[in-house]
Design a protein around this ligand. Structure first.
Ligand code: G1P
Ligand code: ZN
Length: 543
């Protein structure tokens, strides 16, 4: 069957520095748009010829159609094999695992993560490399260049492949292998965690609720938590992936997963509750009347990971993104292991994981993970929590209290100012950068600035430098404020202000979070002049 060459135009969709493309679904559906991006990926990796790829997505609207396009194009570009999740489904961590386990050259993952799905919502596609992780900066630069000069793409004129049928078929000489999306991932989890112990805990009456938010983790959580670990049917809710995620935001935080938070705060609370996002890489952890912040969760997992078989040799080191609270740093200190501070974005953990400098890592934005894959992993975090609970035989609440009584507590919250005029946001940042040298010693309310700088990251593995990664303000009492502009917001500028206040272990560990942070919030407003310059008195979202 002959290849068909279509011409296409360079397109403005791709932002420099990103490994994927996230746009309105209708934009992706415009003739030639998806195709131009897929061909740009193949061109950026210097051709698909003879290569093996993993392909799958979070099941949102246009997932299956886009996969058919990718299969035709991969075959036309000479790929030798494509491994696809049944029905086109693969969670992001499961795709990362498959790439690694099967020694694939890379993977194309279809998802817009926690953004809503549907014809009038969002769609996305990203490329992961052979280590299973997001494309590193060198490749994203090449990819960007290709999107700006793409002129034609290669495809085939064929019928659709049946994505529902597990097994192997041929598409113009390329092998198409449809696999169970859950099996290999579940096998990996079985190696890392003490399933017997978790099964016993559940059989003894421990109750849990997992909200899959109508997204991709439904089948994974059903198979692992209910079928394998014995949680009663109904423990996993919203478990059937739907193309529009039940018209919700599949974003596991107290705002979009509010019903679950309400449940754990009620008298009907289960012992443990959790949720994951559209593509399964984010997580939210809850216990009876308690919400665990992602930064605290990372610290607790680091302090207790040795209780799970996969980590019983201890941790090589840990890493957190710069705005993530320093709670994990205190654990690393106590364990005498290295702790790295990286820029926002999972790709910065890749090198450290690849060379074995770190075992665990995480971000304040509900992402935690380890060296088992090269993406953050929502269900992994849930299983590690369950393993810890099964060994320690105590409540989430007690684990948190115990943690704070040992290490002190880092009260933490992120304040987002959305759809801010881009010019004003840029002005605020520019003026703040100019004032940075004058800040040390300055008082802001009751707080005194100890140091203030622009964060730049020197990758200890490949020596690369990433500049302008946000502004850090350190206060004399160990508290901290961070401000940066979002790289993923779509409507003008999103300003993120991160607030952190440290209270030592013998201090008040039971304050309401926003109350505890009010002074820092005021200090940061004073220092950044955000209210005056951007004309905003209060954040739109506090997480
Ligand atoms: C946000 C999160 C960041 C995460 C990224 C991709 O980026 O803050 O931690 O890695 O989404 O999931 P931001 O919009 O802040 O640039
Ligand atoms: Zn995600």
């Amino acid at each position: 069957m002959p290849n068909v060459t279509h011409s296409c135009t360079p397109f403005p969709g791709q932002k420099p520095g990103t490994s994927g493309l996230r746009k309105k679904t209708r934009v992706f559906m415009e003739p030639g748009y998806l195709e131009a991006f897929v061909q740009s990926i193949f061109n950026a990796i210097v051709g698909a010829s003879g290569k093996t790829f993993v392909v799958g997505g979070d099941g949102r609207f246009f997932n299956a159609e886009a996969i058919q396009t990718i299969l035709r194009m991969a075959a036309a570009n000479g790929a030798s094999r494509v491994i696809v999740g049944q029905d086109g489904l693969l969670s992001t961590p499961a795709a990362s695992n498959l790439i690694r386990q099967r020694g694939a050259d890379g993977g194309l993952i279809l998802s817009a993560s926690h953004n809503p799905g549907g014809l009038d919502a969002d769609f996305g596609l990203k490329y992961n490399t052979a280590n299973g992780g997001p494309a590193p900066e060198g490749l994203t630069e090449k990819l960007y260049a290709e999107t700006q000069r793409i002129a034609e793409y290669q495809t085939l004129d064929t019928d659709d492949i049946d994505l529902a049928q597990i097994g192997v078929s041929q598409l113009n000489g390329m092998v198409v292998e449809i696999v169970d999306p859950v099996a290999d991932y579940a096998a990996l989890m079985r190696q890392l965690f003490d399933f017997d112990r978790i099964r016993t805990l559940i059989s003894e009456g421990f109750t849990l609720r997992f909200d899959a938010m109508h997204a991709v983790t439904g089948p994974y959580a059903k198979a692992i938590l209910e079928d394998e670990l014995g949680a009663p049917e109904g423990s996993v809710i919203n478990a059937v992936p739907s193309v529009d995620f039940g018209k919700g935001h599949p974003d596991p935080n107290p705002i979009w997963a509010k019903p679950l938070v309400d449940l754990v705060m009620s008298s009907a609370a289960p012992d443990f509750a959790a949720a994951s996002d559209g593509d399964g890489d984010r997580n939210m952890i809850l216990g009876r009347s308690i919400y665990v912040t992602p930064s605290d969760s990372l610290a607790v997992l680091a302090a207790n990971a040795h209780l799970a078989p996969g980590y019983d040799n201890g941790l090589a080191g840990v890493a957190r993104s710069m705005p993530t609270s320093t709670a994990v740093d205190r654990v690393a200190d106590a364990l005498s292991i290295e702790c790295f501070e990286t820029p926002t974005g999972w790709k910065f953990f890749g090198n450290l994981l690849d060379v074995g400098r770190i075992t665990l890592c995480g971000e304040e934005s509900a992402g935690t993970g380890s060296d088992h894959v090269r993406e953050k992993d929502g269900l992994w975090a849930v299983l590690l929590w369950l393993n810890i609970l099964a060994v320690r035989k105590t409540s989430v609440h007690e684990i948190m209290q115990d943690h704070w009584r040992t290490y002190g507590r880092n009260y933490y919250s992120r304040h987002d100012y959305e759809a801010v005029d881009s010019a004003k946001a840029a002005q605020m940042m520019a003026e703040l950068i100019e004032r940075l040298p004058d800040l040390p010693g300055a008082a802001a309310g009751v707080y005194v600035v100890a140091s203030a700088d622009q964060f730049s990251y020197h990758d200890p593995v490949d020596g690369s430098v990433s500049e302008n990664q946000g502004i850090r303000v350190q206060f004399e009492d160990g508290s901290r404020g961070v401000v940066r502009l979002s790289g993923t917001g779509t409507d003008n500028a999103t300003i993120r202000v991160y607030l952190e206040r440290f209270i030592p272990k013998d201090g008040d560990l039971d304050m309401e979070t926003q109350t505890a942070l009010q002074g820092i919030a005021e200090a940061m407003a004073h220092i950044t002049r955000l209210p005056e310059i951007c004309d905003r008195q209060a954040p739109d979202v506090m997480t």
